[in-house]
Design a protein around this ligand. Structure first.
Ligand code: NAG
Ligand code: NAG
Ligand code: NAG
Length: 321
């Protein structure tokens, strides 16, 4: 009887192949980083200040650039998928990939290779895709080409980058892109690059993919600090709008062109803008404020707030899609 059951199990496995889960692969920047930069020894973009992580796990910094969950944590939790593990997490192996998926997001990373150069170490989107190819190789070695193809085609993909290409590149005179391009040609350059990256991901099996748009970048702490009076910088926010508009069109075109592609654009601008303009409408976490007011300087404090805002936004966006 026992032998019989084993034989049946074996046949079922042989027919269905790998009984693979649906997992996510996340490509992103600090909004989605769950610990890659923490494991990049020379990166200057790390979330190791004491208030990071205060609302997550044991309350210690865990590599996330936020007090709590990141965008990708929330997305996964909402749609009932496991939380992908940071590519550089010491526990990473084939089984972790098959069970949880992988998060390649890296603080300071951009669509362009040259973005965030002064952070010394970070994964650009091209680099993240290269790492994903490595992930595919180990999965193929483990479960075979056919099963692996299915696993990667069934998976969900998130691409959430772009702010650094402005904030830590185009808008900074130390980067050559700031004088090589104007607003329009720079957005065009980003779109061409992103399009080839999405095509590459499609060729690697990505079918269900979500691209997140940019929020009002002019309101992030760095931009506010640069404006001296602490107010948002309209130039940066207008660039975000321009990027979002171009990305929406590009994504629709691409979805129509590529076989079996199912793409979504996560529009977040108006919502974040509303949270920033009318924070009271969304409630304030008094505990969070209280636990931090003693030791956090203004700018760093805004940084957490902005990041926790961004997680809320994605939460709203996910409810819409
Ligand atoms: C960007 O970096 C990747 C490696 O991460 C490299 O393969 C690619 O050629 C670079 N692209 C450009 C345009 O420099
Ligand atoms: C598109 O989907 C169909 C049905 O699942 C499948 O047979 C076909 O191979 C897919 N094509 C590509 C290019 O993914
Ligand atoms: C507010 O923050 C505290 C910890 O600082 C946390 O325990 C609580 O769940 C948070 N509340 C909300 C509504 O996010």
């Amino acid at each position: 009887m026992k032998f019989c059951a084993i034989v049946v199990l074996f046949i079922v496995l042989a027919i269905n192949g790998c009984d693979c889960k649906i997992v996510q692969f996340i490509f992103g920047d600090s909004l989605s980083d769950v610990g890659n930069n923490k494991n990049l020894p020379r990166s200057l973009a790390t979330a190791n200040l004491p208030f990071y992580g205060i609302d997550f796990g044991n309350g210690l910094p865990n590599g996330r650039f936020t007090n709590g969950r990141t965008v990708s944590d929330i997305i996964g939790d909402k749609i009932g998928l496991p939380r992908p593990v940071a590519f550089l997490d010491p526990t990473m192996n084939e089984d972790v990939i098959l069970e949880n998926g992988v998060n390649y997001a890296s603080g300071g990373g951009g669509i362009l290779n040259e973005t965030g150069g002064y952070f010394i170490q970070r994964f650009s989107l091209w680099k993240q895709i290269e790492l994903f190819q490595g992930t595919q190789d180990v999965v193929v070695a483990k479960i075979g080409k056919k099963e692996a193809d299915k696993f990667f085609q069934d998976a969900r993909y998130v691409v959430a980058l772009g702010s650094n290409d402005f904030i830590n590149n185009y808008l900074m005179p130390v980067y050559s892109d700031s004088w090589k391009y104007n607003d329009q040609t720079f957005v065009d350059y980003l779109m061409e690059t992103l399009e080839s990256q999405l095509k590459m991901l499609h060729s690697l099996g990505a079918r269900k993919l979500m691209v997140f748009g940019l929020g009002p970048m002019g309101c992030i702490p760095l931009q506010r600090a640069l404006s001296l009076d602490g107010n948002c910088q309209n130039k940066a926010s207008n660039l975000a709008k321009k990027f979002n508009k171009a990305a929406t069109t590009m994504l629709l075109d691409l979805e129509a062109k590529l076989p079996n592609a199912s793409y979504r654009f996560g529009e977040a601008y108006d919502l974040v803008n509303d949270i920033i303009t009318n924070p009271k409408k969304y409630g304030t976490n008094k505990t969070l404020l209280k636990s931090n007011e003693a030791f956090i300087n203004e700018i760093s404090f805004r940084k957490i707030i902005d990041h926790s805002f961004s997680t809320q936004i994605y939460f709203f966006v996910m409810k819409k899609v």
